[in-house]
Ligand binder design. Sequence first.
Ligand SMILES: C[S@@+](CC[C@H](N)C(=O)[O-])C[C@H]1O[C@@H](n2cnc3c(N)ncnc32)[C@H](O)[C@@H]1O
Length: 267
Amino acid sequence: MGRSESETDRLIEQSVLYDDVTRRFLLRSGITKGMKVLDVGSGAGDVALTLAEFVGPEGKVVGVDLNADILETAKTRADAAGYENTEFIAGDTRTLELPSDFDAVVGRLVLMYMADPAEALQHLTTHLRPGGIAAFQEVDFSPYTAAVHPDTPLINDLVDWGRTVFERSGAHVEMGMELYKAYVDAGLPEPSLHFEAPMGGPENWPGYAYLENSFRSILPLIEAYEIATAEEVDVDTLAARIQAEVSASKRPIMLPPHITAHATLPS
Ligand SMILES: C[S@@+](CC[C@H](N)C(=O)[O-])C[C@H]1O[C@@H](n2cnc3c(N)ncnc32)[C@H](O)[C@@H]1O
């Protein structure tokens, strides 16, 4: 989704909407005080910041991302929040040399960008101690078939455009449903799985603005792949038009569903 300042803002906005989903996921995964956790594909640091809170000052969070620039934002935010238990390292998690004594490896919206998620997962878990936790939260577009409806033509278009852009970019748009296979193919124990999606109905729901910004971010790709024109997307009026459609159809809009998986390695 790009590496610009507005993309960093969009990631932070996204994290606010999914924050409670991620907190519940970390809690049931068993992330707790004193743990040393690797955050894979940290981005602007939202998962790392939440992890820093979960593990407390006696724990440690190491965040890794390909994008050194966005990690500067993560570092600044961790410093501003007063977390002294975070460290951010720029590099590719598939090849970066890291210790093998982590209590947990965590990632959100990152396996979806790996060419071979099972292989990436298998490598990532080599950084775990025996009895360590592998916990991943990934998007899945397939449940959107339940949200598409004749009364919501704009939402139907957005679902189609969004999914197609990610597919054409090579991302795994059904990574959530593929998590089970990735764990098993990586030789890990069968994971516990959960499914959640924030939904918007009320006029003041922050997801409308988030969706507009998300489509602003992918608009160049929508045009490049000739999925729709800028006029059809009309991005500057998108939040207002989605809200109006929800209000008129009385059908709530669903943000991309996330599926979470966690498994504990044998001790
Ligand atoms: C959609 S963002 C998610 C950021 C963060 N996990 C969150 O949920 O807010 C995906 C991030 O994964 C990073 N990424 C993708 N492939 C990676 C790899 N092989 N190694 C390290 N980082 C990677 C990207 O640079 C990007 O910052």
